[in-house]
Design a protein around this ligand. Structure first.
Ligand SMILES: Cc1ncc(COP(=O)(O)O)c(C=O)c1O
Length: 348
C-alpha cells in the first residue's frame, strides 16, 4: 500500500534506542522530581481522561501566570507543533523558520504538503530577524516557527527582535520555548500574547522538569486560537496518568528552579573544560552545548566509549550537540574526550 505522495519521500525523525552507558543526545534531565517513583495516583483508569485537562491547565496557569483559558495541553509539545500545521497551513502555503533549528518543523511541514522555507543563520549561528522579516515579506508565510533558545545551537533571540517581526507580519508566529527555563526567563514571549493575536508560545515538561517520559507540553495563545486548536485535536489526547503527574510536578516548581541553576553551573564548567580541550563552543542558553570539533567522526569515537551525543549531517558535519549531564557524567565525558584526543594524536 503506497502512502500519500508527501509521505513517500519522508525521512522520519531518528531516535536512538540503543543502550549506552551515558546518554547526552536528547536534552533530557535526570529524574529529580520523583526520585522515589510515583504511587497512589488518584485516577480512574477505566474512564476516559478529562478532555480539557482542567486541573492540569489550572496548575500550568499558576506556574506561568496566565489564564487557563489561554492554554492547551499536548502529548508533548511535538503534538502541538503538528496541530498548528494541521490547523493553520493549507497545502502549498509557506512555513518559515531558521536553519539550523528543530528538525521536526520541516518534517511536519512535509507531512501536510506545505512549502518549508528556512532562513539561514549567521556564520556564528546567531539568528538574523531582519532577514526573517525580508523573507516574510517575500514569501508571505502562513506560519513562522521560531525556536528560542534555538535547538541545536542554544542561541537566545533578543525579545525586541521577535516583537519587531510580529509588528511586520500577519503570519501566525509560533515561538518554541522548549528550553526557555534554562535562561533567566526575561526573553520569554509569554507576556506578549495579549498584545499580538497572531502569537503563540510553546513549552514542554520534557526538559527543565525532567519528565520527557510522560509526554507533556502546552501552548499559550489567545482564546480564539485555543478554541480553534481544541476543535482539531483528537478527543482525550492526553492520558490521565500524564495529566496527574503533571499536576504533581507543577506543585514542585521550586525543585525545578534549583535543577535549572545546577544545570546552568554545570553548563558553564563543561563549556570551560571543552574549550580548554580545543573545541569551538557556541554560547548556549539551553541545557546543552553546541560545539565544533576538528576530530573526524567525533560522535562515533565517543559512542565507542559508551557515550551518546548528537551529530549532524551535511553542512553541520563537524558540529555536535551535547546535553549537559550530571556532575559525574560530565566528568566521565571530559575524561573520555581526553582519551580520544590522545589516541588521535598517537594515530597521526
Ligand atoms: C525545540 C524543541 N521543541 C520541541 C521539542 C519537543 O518536545 P516534547 O515533544 O518532548 O515536548 C523538542 C525536543 O527535543 C525541542 O528541542
Amino acid at each position: 500500500m503506497n502512502p500519500k505522495e508527501s509521505i513517500a519521500l519522508l525521512k522520519g525523525y531518528k531516535t536512538n534506542e540503543a543502550q549506552f552507558e551515558i546518554r547526552l543526545d536528547a536534552n533530557e534531565s535526570k529524574n529529580f522530581l520523583f526520585p522515589e517513583g510515583i504511587s497512589n495516583l488518584d485516577i480512574e483508569i477505566n474512564l476516559y481522561p478529562d478532555n480539557q485537562a482542567t486541573a492540569l491547565r489550572t496548575e500550568i496557569g499558576k506556574y506561568i501566570g496566565v489564564n487557563p483559558e489561554m492554554i492547551i495541553e499536548g502529548n508533548g509539545s511535538s503534538e502541538l507543533l503538528e496541530l498548528l500545521v494541521k490547523t493553520y497551513v493549507d497545502k502549498n502555503e509557506v512555513i518559515l523558520s531558521f536553519e539550523p533549528s528543530f528538525s521536526m518543523y520541516p518534517i511536519y511541514s512535509q507531512i501536510y504538503s506545505t512549502s518549508y522555507i528556512a532562513v539561514p543563520s549567521n556564520k556564528d549561528f546567531s539568528l538574523n530577524l531582519d532577514l526573517m522579516i525580508e523573507y516574510a515579506k517575500k514569501y508571505n508565510p502562513k506560519l513562522i516557527f521560531i525556536c528560542t533558545p534555538n535547538n541545536p545551537t542554544g542561541y537566545l533571540i533578543p525579545k525586541e527582535e521577535i516583537i519587531k517581526l510580529l509588528n511586520q507580519t500577519n503570519a501566525l508566529v509560533a515561538v518554541d520555548e522548549a528550553y526557555m527555563e534554562f535562561t533567566n526567563g526575561l526573553s520569554s514571549m509569554i507576556d506578549q500574547i495579549q498584545e499580538y493575536p497572531n502569537l503563540v508560545v510553546l513549552r514542554t515538561m520534557s526538559k527543565a522538569f525532567g519528565l520527557a517520559g510522560i509526554r507533556l507540553g502546552y501552548l499559550l495563545g489567545n482564546q480564539n486560537i485555543i478554541e480553534t486548536l481544541n476543535k482539531v485535536k483528537s478527543p482525550y489526547h492526553l492520558n490521565s496518568l500524564s495529566q496527574s503527574v503533571g499536576v504533581l510536578a507543577l506543585k514542585k516548581v521550586d525543585l525545578v528552579k534549583e535543577n535549572v541553576l545546577t544545570i546552568q553551573k554545570r553548563r558553564q564548567l563543561l563549556e570551560l573544560e571543552l574549550s580548554n580541550l580545543g573545541f569551538t563552543i557556541y554560547p548556549s542558553s539551553g541545557n546543552f552545548l553546541f560545539i565544533q570539533s576538528a576530530i573526524q567522526n567525533f560522535d562515533k569515537l565517543l559512542m565507542n566509549k559508551g557515550i551518546l551525543i548528537r551529530g549532524f549531517l551535511g553542512d553541520l558535519k563537524s558540529y555536535y550537540r551535547i546535553t549537559v549531564g550530571t556532575k559525574e557524567e560530565n566528568e566521565i565525558l571530559v575524561k573520555r574526550i581526553e582519551e580520544i584526543i590522545h589516541e588521535n594524536i598517537n594515530n597521526h
